[in-house]
Design a protein around this ligand. Structure first.
Ligand SMILES: *Cc1c(COP(=O)(O)O)cnc(C)c1O
Length: 367
């Protein structure tokens, strides 16, 4: 009988070492492994290719996303780069408009090098128009909910479009995690994560994840990762394993607190609008005026003004000058990423303290 995902996460790495019976996963720092004899291998040769601690983590992540093969990398961006090595020069990629600024910057770079062309869509109608306008499409890349506007993109209907066009569908599942959304079950071919965010959740390691739905894609990515070397270090793999054990309890609590905050924010007249996808722990708010942003950030005492998200410490980010600064201003504002918008990542503090913190900062700024 296979156990529930929560049980599997908690048990990740336990009883892997029959010699010592170690309950916490062993950390194999060795970069190289002795061969029993000529033409023989323990299954491990060199750590760029395969490492036991990384194996344990990758097995857990593949189960979590419901894929065949997971690959962990040194950051979310290196996960994205690994996936884009699947495409040949001249590839055409359609992308959901509101997305992480670093992904936008990378796509812009690939376009400048002449390696791929990117076309952006906001709605399913716009995607349908792109399919008509281009004579081919090789990949579709989406984030849902979008970041920072928290709009939902329907994976099932995008997957239909991508199947018909024979394009690879790649979903960045950083914001909801597989606890709330499993893109591979909904028709996606590949899932990527910034493992830096909810999956590890303590604002203390950088990591990336790619999970493939099929063995064929998994093998290609595994070959590419061995060839180009973006893999995560054994110690960071161990920290990642340890973090996954508490993922479900962290996420449930962070989401419950986010809901409490959303209820409070929606009744607060000094907040112009509250953007929330209905699940998860990310909220964006618009202040009554762009001028309040600086003083508001300075008045907060519990929320930390910093970029990133998903950790146990609540953070507040100003996308305009931080995460999304590389998207040209006109473009940003044209789709609603306006300079009065702030993004909150809800952590594990007491919800009352978080509400009180925002209230006190609004009092200080707007009176
Ligand atoms: C942070 C982030 C990334 C990039 O990941 P890094 O770990 O910072 O390299 C990609 N996508 C989303 C949605 C993110 O939030």
């Amino acid at each position: 009988m296979t156990h529930s995902i929560f049980t599997q996460l908690v048990q990740l790495g336990n009883r892997k070492d029959p010699v010592t019976g170690s309950v916490s996963s062993p950390i194999h720092l060795s970069t190289t492994f002795a061969h029993p004899g000529l033409g023989q291998s323990t299954g491990y040769d060199y750590s760029r290719t395969k490492n036991p601690t990384r194996d344990t983590l990758e097995e857990g992540l593949a189960i979590l996303e419901g894929g065949v093969q997971a690959i962990v990398t040194s950051s979310g961006m290196s996960a994205l780069q690994l996936v884009f090595q699947l495409f040949k020069p001249g590839a055409v990629i359609f992308v959901s408009r509101d997305l992480y600024g670093g992904s936008f910057r990378y796509f812009d770079h690939l376009e400048e090098l002449g390696l791929a062309s990117f076309a952006y869509f906001d709605t399913e109608e716009e995607l349908a128009d792109l399919v008509v306008a281009y004579d081919k499409v090789d990949g579709i890349f989406i984030e849902t909910p979008t970041n920072p506007l928290m709009r939902e993109v329907d994976i099932v209907s995008i997957a239909k479009v991508s199947k018909e066009a024979q394009a690879l569908l790649i979903v960045d599942n950083t914001l909801l995690t597989p606890l709330r959304q499993k893109p591979l079950d909904l028709g996606a071919d590949l899932v990527i994560h910034s493992g830096t965010k909810f999956l590890t959740g303590h604002n203390d390691i950088l990591a990336g994840v790619v999970v493939a739905k099929t063995a064929e894609l998994g093998e290609k990515l595994y070959w590419l990762s061995n060839t180009t070397g973006p893999t995560l270090s054994p110690f960071d793999c161990w920290l990642f394993i340890r973090s996954l054990k508490t993922l479900a309890v962290r996420f449930d609590r962070q989401e419950a607190t986010a809901r409490e905050l959303v209820n409070w924010l929606e009744d607060e007249d000094r907040i112009q609008s509250t953007l929330y996808a209905g699940q998860g722990a990310m909220i964006s708010i618009r202040l009554a005026s762009e001028e309040f942003v600086g003083p508001f950030l300075e008045a907060l005492k519990v929320f930390t003004y910093a970029e990133s998200l998903g950790g146990v410490e609540s953070l507040i980010t100003y996308p305009t000058t931080q995460t999304h600064a590389d998207i040209p201003e006109d473009l940003r504002e044209s789709y609603g990423l306006t300079p009065d918008l702030l993004r909150l990542s809800i952590g594990l503090e007491d919800p009352k303290d978080l509400i009180q913190d925002i209230k006190a900062a609004l009092d200080a700024v707007e009176g």
